[in-house]
Design a protein around this ligand. Structure first.
Ligand code: B16
Ligand code: MG
Length: 222
């Protein structure tokens, strides 16, 4: 197995739990348009771009909007979302993530962000870890959403590493599919039922070291 030279992290649901803020803001949009949706539906929005999420939600509510109206509602939702995100303290970084990143840095393994979010740099600055990243690929730099592997391919290219030398950490099924489609090692972060296509699934980074993960990956590829 080639050695691992980079780790690519999804943002929402892997580094920080912003899904709850997306949910509150999308639900407010739905409610203002006269319908509601639940947390189970919200699962289907993980890793999905803003515009695709809006289209899905409108479909659930049976609401049709013009393109201009869609742009306006998407902007409103983002304003509401940012109101929450801009108050987020560094303590919202998920348990174990910081020591994991520090361990990677100490071992000269590149740290890359691969997120669908157009708010990724705002969030990384807000929680004070933007300088830990060697490259940031987010929704402002991609033209194809997950499950297309583009976001991770651009990430690997930015640090000059090939996919089979990279591990992708993802909480969304579509993100795992994207990683697999691009020939990356995939680690699902969350529940094994949802992330069954990942090479290996972890519940989070608490008490986990990069060495533990590298060992799992090596075992999987035997
Ligand atoms: P924004 P990830 C994704 O981030 C979220 O999971 C998804 O719920 C969201 O709609 C998408 O970013 C776009 O976010 O509205 O901030 O551009 O999980 O790929 O880091
Ligand atoms: Mg995610």
């Amino acid at each position: 197995m080639p050695s691992i030279r980079a780790c690519i992290f999804d943002l929402d649901g892997v580094i920080v739990d912003t899904a709850k803020y997306h949910f509150i803001a999308w639900r407010r949009l739905a409610n203002e348009l006269g319908f509601d949706f639940n947390e189970e539906d919200n699962e289907k929005l993980k890793g999905v771009s803003r515009v695709d999420s809006l289209n899905l939600i409108l479909k659930w509510g049976g609401v049709q909007l013009t393109d201009v109206e869609k742009t306006e509602w998407a902007a409103k939702k983002n304003e509401w979302y940012l109101e929450y995100v801009k108050q987020m303290p560094a303590s919202e970084i998920l348990e174990g993530v910081l020591p994991f990143l520090e361990d990677l840095q100490a071992n000269n393994i590149k740290i890359v962000l691969g997120s669908a979010s157009k708010n990724a740099t705002t969030i990384l600055k807000q929680i004070g870890i933007i300088d830990m990243f060697d490259a940031i690929i987010d929704g402002t730099k991609t033209t194809k959403g997950k499950p297309d592997p583009q976001v991770f391919q651009l990430g690997a290219k930015a640090v000059n590493v090939s996919p089979n030398e990279c591990i992708v950490f993802e909480d969304a099924e579509k993100g795992v599919q994207a990683a697999n489609a691009g020939g990356f090692h995939s680690i699902g972060v969350g529940s094994p039922e949802v992330l069954s296509h990942a090479d290996y699934v972890i519940s989070g980074f608490e008490n986990l070291t990069p060495a533990d993960i590298f060992q799992k990956i090596a075992t999987e590829s035997v």
